[in-house]
Write a protein that binds this ligand. Sequence first.
Ligand SMILES: *[C@@H]1O[C@H](CO)[C@@H](O)[C@H](O)[C@H]1NC(C)=O
Ligand SMILES: [Ca+2]
Length: 238
Amino acid sequence: MSSGNKSSAAEAFTVCLDKMRLSAFLFLVPTLVGASVNVRTLVFPSATNTAYVELVPLKPLNLTAFTLCMRVATELSGRREVILFAYRTPNFDELNVWRELDGSLSFYMSGNGVLFQVPQLGALQTHLCATWDSGSGASALFIDGRKSVTKIYKKNHIVQPGGTVIVGQDPDSYLSGFDAKQSFVGEIGDINMWDYVLSQSNIQDLFSGKWVAKGNVFDWETAELRVNGEVTVVDIEL
Ligand SMILES: *[C@@H]1O[C@H](CO)[C@@H](O)[C@H](O)[C@H]1NC(C)=O
Ligand SMILES: [Ca+2]
């Protein structure tokens, strides 16, 4: 009797241990198989001169190189400029990324820009990265992991700190002077930035959703967002 009790207690203990192992295992499985992850995305439903989201950086944008990536979808078509990213100090547009009138993509660092003839953005999501290195001036875009022609742009330039990054509007003056005809309409998210140039294989991995080093200027997973006006932050499951 008593030995029977002992053995059933021992069995219960073993079952309990097994359950603990099982629950530990079940807990680990999603991370092991890379199960669904929730990410935020920004939806700009219409053209306004008021809606924008400020992104708070992890460090000042004092840059001699960068990689800037995002996922973007827009149904805006036809001849219209569309701002995709704006970093401005009180004095200058330090780094703006645009879709141009003709659909080409470009970025501008206080002055003339560099334009790329790449496949156009559209209603289906595009993974877009821009890279630049001051030492060589080498600049490129990546569309869904595929690299553009390298262009030489603003060799020895430095992107100056002391400004604010926003998406949704082009600020002609510091945090104002917005124009609805240049505003972003659509969905934009997964905005990450590094203060160095990522390798092509890292950019391909980013496109396909694999883990690479988190952005050290913007890390979308944790970035503080300050939403202004008609913008909705939506959680999507990957
Ligand atoms: C910007 O970077 C340079 C060196 O790259 C450094 O000397 C300077 O202090 C930095 N400025 C700020 C505001 O971080
Ligand atoms: Ca403008």
